[in-house]
Unconditional design. Structure first.
Length: 135
C-alpha cells in the first residue's frame, strides 16, 4: 500500500510498541514517504525474526565504534559493512575466509551517515551506490 498513515500505524503497533529493532539515523517522519516507513517496518520485522530463530551459525562479532547502518555479503566471501554516526561513515571490507577476521582489507570514509545503498554484481564487476545523509 502507498498509504503513509497506514504504514505509520503499523510502525507504531508492530515496531515501537513491541520494541523491535529500528534503523538508526532515519529521516524525520514528516519527510518520510510511505515506502520509507514500509522499509522501516520490514527492517524491524526481519531482524526480530532473525534474532528469535536462535540460529547462530553465521554469527560474527566485530568491534565497531560506530553504528552499523548497512551490510552486504558479496559472493559468499566478502563482507561490506558501513558504520556511521551523524558526522561520518566508514565502509569496511572484510574477507570472511581470512582466519584473522578482525583485520579489514580496505576502508573508505564518507562525510555523513550512510542511510541506504544499492548493490549490483554483474559477475565481473560490483557496483555500489550509497545514500549519504546530512550532517
Amino acid at each position: 500500500s502507498c498509504d503513509k498513515q497506514l504504514w505509520l500505524r503499523i510502525f507504531k503497533c508492530d515496531i515501537e510498541l513491541r520494541s523491535l529493532p529500528c534503523p538508526k539515523y532515519i529521516q524525520p517522519i514528516h519527510t518520510a514517504t510511505a515506502r520509507d516507513v514500509q522499509d522501516w517496518v520490514k527492517y524491524g520485522t526481519i531482524l526480530n525474526k532473525s534474532y528469535s530463530t536462535g540460529h547462530n551459525e553465521a554469527l560474527v562479532r566485530l568491534n565497531m565504534a560506530l553504528q552499523v547502518t548497512w551490510t552486504k555479503l558479496v559472493r559468499g566471501r566478502w563482507l561490506l559493512v558501513a558504520c556511521s554516526n551523524l558526522q561520518l561513515s566508514k565502509l569496511v571490507l572484510y574477507d570472511l575466509h581470512d582466519p584473522e577476521l578482525d583485520i579489514c582489507k580496505s576502508t573508505f570514509y564518507f562525510s555523513g551517515p550512510v542511510t541506504e545503498a544499492l548493490f549490483d554484481d554483474n559477475g565481473s564487476q560490483i557496483f555500489i551506490a550509497f545514500t549519504i545523509g546530512r550532517k
